[in-house]
Design a protein around this ligand. Structure first.
Ligand SMILES: *Cc1c(COP(=O)(O)O)cnc(C)c1O
Length: 397
């Protein structure tokens, strides 16, 4: 069976294996070596040379994630932020970075750092207002003079940083419309697909130029490693990100890469179960009198539901937010009263995590103080619900 015909559930298990030969290991080995034997003239394309340039243990995971996203090239990094840096750092002096008003905090910080150093101008966009996003693209394209014919993917003058659903507000962006507008204008698009995973959403198929993941989250899935990955089918972007990884030296450890692939094998199964749990919890929590609002694109009538139905397949993700009718202090006590849920930042693991987002001083005021972000794991959904309701009713009379 060809890889193109395989479903994601099959490919995530069968991809990235060693050659099908007698006595070959079933899993890729962990290659622990800082250098490779060689004496002749170096061929930089086919020779491994040195372990900052290449490692076969990375390649297995890169191949599987690239295949899942429908891209030709995957690159593994030691964290999501190292992967994000390999894209954001490409912008030249005088460039514009368009980034959502709500997005992963460190991605916003990294963009602002580029602005502080006089390299790029940062423009904030509201992903729920497609017309205003396209207007911001048109303005940035006009001011920088980019056109679809002259766009330099290795040094993008206008870079749109997209997330859908966003962290932590779960806003949904109209990715096909936004990516098509970007193509018409010469704007390069990067999509952080961490929340959706390639099981539910494939941004490259909507015309995005590059996809990035914090593989620390759903891809690795067990809260035991940090990793990041980028996927593209654009040769210039791939070469630029590879050059960035080699020269900056942000390379993943072979043991982490091996653990990442080991976790990835169950991605389809974990996502299916977590998404099912999240949908049930969102529906049941919306009915609870102590809950002011549940933010989840899977709820009919929620802002992004119709869009999400068109561009996500198999569910709406395993992260949801609950705004309690409670003070900050009561919300904190609810988190502390939980037994099954683990109070911790991060998401995408087999275990359910919960966090009051405003415990981070850097989270903006537009995030309600009593907002809890729930990363729903694979436990029994009734246990998860009962634990939440018991804690809520213990604290809020
Ligand atoms: C966690 C996260 C990141 C950063 O990834 P690290 O692996 O922690 O460096 C980026 N984007 C999103 C959406 C995330 O959730």
């Amino acid at each position: 069976m060809s890889e193109e015909k395989m479903s994601a559930e099959t490919y995530v298990v069968s991809g990235g294996r060693p050659a099908h030969e007698h006595d070959a290991p079933v899993n890729p080995p962990i290659i622990l070596s800082s250098t490779y034997r060689g004496a002749g003239t170096v061929d930089t394309v086919s020779d491994k040379v040195y372990a900052r340039f290449a490692n076969p243990t990375w390649e297995a995971m890169e191949e599987v994630v690239a295949g899942l996203e429908g891209g030709t090239h995957g690159l593994l990094f030691p964290s999501g932020m190292a992967a994000i840096a390999s894209i954001l750092d490409l912008v030249p002096v005088g460039s514009v970075i368009l980034i959502p008003k709500h997005a992963y905090m460190a991605s916003i910080t990294m963009s602002k750092d580029l602005q502080k150093r006089g390299i790029a101008e940062v423009v904030r966009i509201d992903l729920e207002d497609t017309a205003s996003v396209i207007a911001a693209f048109e303005d940035a394209a006009a001011r920088t003079g980019v056109t679809p014919e002259t766009v330099d993917y290795a040094a993008p003058k206008v870079l749109a940083w997209l997330e859908s659903p966003t962290n932590p507000m779960l806003e949904v962006a109209d990715l096909p419309t936004i990516c098509a507008a970007a193509k018409r204008l010469g704007v390069v698009t990067a999509v952080d697909n961490t929340f959706a995973t390639p099981i539910l959403q494939k941004p490259l198929s909507f015309g995005a130029d590059v996809v990035v993941h914090s593989a620390t989250k759903f891809l690795a899935g067990h809260s035991d490693v940090l990793l990041g990955v980028t996927v593209t089918s654009n040769e210039d972007l791939y070469q630029a990100m590879l050059h960035h990884r080699i020269t900056n030296g942000a390379i993943p450890g072979p043991v982490e890469a091996w653990l990442g692939l080991r976790g990835l094998r169950t991605l389809a199964l974990r996502v299916e179960r977590s998404v099912h749990n999240a949908q049930r919890l969102a529906e049941r929590l919306s009915e609870h009198p102590a809950v002011e609002e549940v933010r989840y694109p899977g709820l009919p009538g929620s802002n992004g539901h119709e869009l999400a139905k068109k561009q996500m397949h198999g569910g709406f993700g395993a992260v949801l937010c609950v705004v309690l009718r409670a003070s900050d202090e009561q919300t904190q006590r609810v988190v502390e009263a939980l037994r099954v849920w683990t109070p911790a930042t991060s998401l995408g693991g087999v275990e359910s995590l919960i966090e009051r987002r405003r415990r981070h001083g850097s989270e903006p005021d537009s995030i309600p103080p009593s907002l809890l972000r729930l990363s729903v794991g694979i436990e029994n959904v009734d246990d998860l619900y009962q634990d939440l309701v018991t804690a809520i009713e213990q604290v809020i009379q």
